[in-house]
Design a protein around this ligand. Sequence first.
Ligand code: HEM
Length: 146
Amino acid sequence: MEFKFLIVFHLLGACVWVGGHLILAATILPKALRLKDPEVISGFESMFEKIGIPSLIIQVITGVRMSMIKLPVSEWFNFQNQISALISLKIILLLMTIALAIHARLFIIPKLDAQKISILGWHITGVTFIAVLMLLTGLSFRYSIL
Ligand code: HEM
């Protein structure tokens, strides 16, 4: 029962996180680049972060708990089996997401103007690509996708 509960919340979080980033990368970003208007992105982000950040936190809590049920924490990074490799990959991708978010928050968003918008575009593309990789890594626990 606990695992079913965890996976339902994990998948709800994945829908919001991956779906929100695909909308941002595929519709909002091209519009902002075309109009050279950073406000288009900040308008979407201020709305999305209210649900996007709680979703990512839920992903981490449910993901860590499911990983603990699958393998003891001491075996997560030993790469002795596929489960340990997938858990390690999930954590590496999570750290890359956090690093990109901190870099954008500290160095790009405070000085965002029409010139810097393309750098933010690369960040958005990177975080979206990583989000899709997180989803494929998650599915690989059951189906050999990666
Ligand atoms: C943006 C972040 C994440 C996304 C989009 C994501 C997405 C997914 C998806 C789509 C699944 C497949 C569920 C199924 O089999 O039906 C999954 C499974 C899983 N995820 Fe995540 N995940 C994320 C973060 C994490 C984190 C941080 C961890 C912990 C290290 C984690 C651990 C797991 C585990 C252990 C499973 C296997 C569940 C199972 O099928 O038995 N995930 N994830």
